[in-house]
Design a protein around this ligand. Structure first.
Ligand SMILES: [Zn+2]
Ligand SMILES: [Zn+2]
Length: 259
């Protein structure tokens, strides 16, 4: 399998998961043109996509969904509660998802799981091709035991590490926004990401991408250090000696290679 982020953070999120002859776009929170260019840089033809799965209706995940779906006649997979709130215009084909559903898109088998966010609904997912499993969870204010179970056994994981708690609380955001971000339906801090990942990461884990980093309340090196320290303290390097950890760049693609 292959896994790549095209963009990450509040200015736009998009990830592509490929297995066999199927590639699936998860979210399309950039302009259609920007996503086309980034897919092409990864040698993925937009028209070859098996569809676009929308994790939730926030604009940083949906901006290019309508343009891409219409231009390439792609099915859009979206949770029922999010559908009426999508600002995508008319879509050529909609596949309505329900929470926790399992489905197949081309050669990929997907299992959805609930995340905790201030949208109408939101989902994370794990995706299988043959024996290989990858997972994605961003835009969640907390990590449930159910999420941990679903994400165990992944070779590649894209996981939210949104903010440093101290930077958030000492930063210049208005108080109501700080509270919203830190809430159990907001975004995950570096420390909470590290604690959850210490339970999630198993011997199969090869690549971890920390994602949806805040521009205002985080720094890539700090996210890597905070998560890395928690993983070291939890003995993860002995469990998964081959694990490599990166942060997802905000505006450029990151391909994690073959899994
Ligand atoms: Zn969101
Ligand atoms: Zn988001």
């Amino acid at each position: 399998m292959r896994l790549a982020t095209l963009a990450s953070g509040s200015s736009g999120n998009s990830t592509v998961i490929s297995g066999g002859s199927t590639s699936l776009l998860v979210d399309a929170g950039l302009s259609g043109k920007a996503i086309e260019q980034r897919l092409e840089s990864l040698e993925i033809e937009p028209k070859s996509l098996g569809g676009i799965l929308v994790t939730h209706e926030h604009r940083d995940h949906t901006h290019g969904v309508g343009v891409l779906a219409r231009r390439y006649k792609l099915p859009v997979y979206v949770l029922e509660q999010c559908l009426p709130l999508l600002d995508t215009g008319v879509l050529p084909q909609v596949e309505v998802l329900s929470a926790g559903e399992a489905l197949e898109i081309g050669e990929l088998k997907l299992e959805l799981f609930e995340t905790f966010h201030d949208s109408a609904a939101s989902t994370g997912l794990v995706c299988f091709h043959g024996e290989t499993k990858v997972g994605l969870a961003t835009d969640t204010g907390m990590v449930s035991a159910g999420m941990v179970r679903k994400l165990q056994g992944c070779s590649g994981i894209v996981f939210e590490s949104n903010h440093d708690e101290e930077m958030l609380w000492q930063g210049r955001y208005p108080h109501y926004l700080k509270r919203r971000i830190a809430a159990s339906t907001g975004h995950l801090s570096n420390a909470d990401a590290g604690k959850a990942l210490a339970e999630i990461i198993s011997k199969d884990a090869k690549r971890l991408v920390l994602a949806h980093l805040s521009e205002e309340n985080n720094v890539p090196d700090l996210a890597l250090q905070t998560v890395g320290n928690i993983l070291v303290d939890s003995g993860v390097p002995e469990i998964a000696p081959g694990l490599k950890i990166r942060t997802a760049p905000r505006h450029t693609p990151l391909a994690v290679g073959e899994l």
